[in-house]
Design a protein around this ligand. Structure first.
Ligand SMILES: Nc1ncnc2c1ncn2[C@@H]1O[C@H](COP(=O)(O)OP(=O)(O)O)[C@@H](O)[C@H]1O
Ligand SMILES: [Mg+2]
Length: 210
């Protein structure tokens, strides 16, 4: 399975989702390859920390820029799960990955600035599906405020419903310090002490795979 994590905005949590899913799938015993296709190299840096600390299970990480279609197809023949992290813009890496991917997760914060990017993303998805009709695109609301009186999460879900190309995931990732704390350790939240963050990532991993 090639799983692409994309969006046209920096900061919603793409790399956070990519590395945390990589850890969860690896812990399930799957052969995981993480592909960092963002020149900012956040996933690669996280991976270097993980290697340095010697955390188990080890995860393979590759860096590749430009046209990554061929690389992803080749990796999919060797690994059970290939997770691709791209930059937060309409990039060559994102577009070429979309022509190879089985699934794509579009990560958005429940803010108008993020939601405004969905219309362009929906167009890009349609173009990719002309070439890769099997591409399955799911929308993930991330960094949702955990305060129950804030309705941004449900508003964002309604907004996503306007785009038939993007099916909203049931799982929502809330804003939790644990997601920031694990980064420098080269860990995932499923290896950390916050049970709520752990449960969210496990729910996401199951929902994406289903
Ligand atoms: N659910 C979350 N709760 C709290 N902080 C988060 C969450 N998701 C991401 N972050 C933090 O937000 C920042 C941007 O996340 P990142 O994954 O790098 O975004 P992107 O890859 O989309 O640019 C990082 O500092 C990250 O630790
Ligand atoms: Mg990133």
């Amino acid at each position: 399975m090639i799983l692409l994590i994309g969006s046209q905005k920096g900061g919603p949590g793409k790399t956070t989702v990519a590395v945390n899913l990589a850890v969860e799938y690896a812990r399930q015993g799957k052969d995981v390859c993480l592909v960092d296709a963002d020149q900012q190299r956040s996933a690669a840096r996280w991976h270097a920390d993980r290697e340095e600390q010697g955390h188990q299970p080890p995860i393979v990480c590759l860096e590749k820029l430009g046209n990554i279609h061929g690389t992803l197809v080749e990796l999919a023949g060797r690994y059970e799960v290939v997770i691709v992290d791209v930059a937060g813009k309409d990039s060559r890496e994102m577009r070429t990955a979309m022509t190879a991917a089985d699934k794509m997760i579009v990560v958005v914060r429940p803010s108008q600035f993020d939601l405004d990017t969905l219309s362009h993303m929906a167009d890009v998805i349609e173009q990719a599906m002309d070439i890769n009709p099997g591409l399955e695109v799911r929308g993930l609301i991330a960094q949702a405020p955990s305060n129950p009186s804030v309705t941004e999460r449900t508003d964002a879900r309604e907004y996503l419903a306007d785009y038939p190309q993007i099916t909203a995931l049931e799982t929502v990732l809330y804003e939790r310090k644990a997601y920031r704390d694990v980064v420098g350790e080269g860990l995932g939240v499923v290896e950390w002490s916050n049970p709520k963050a752990k449960a969210e990532i496990q729910e996401l991993a199951a929902e994406v795979q289903a």
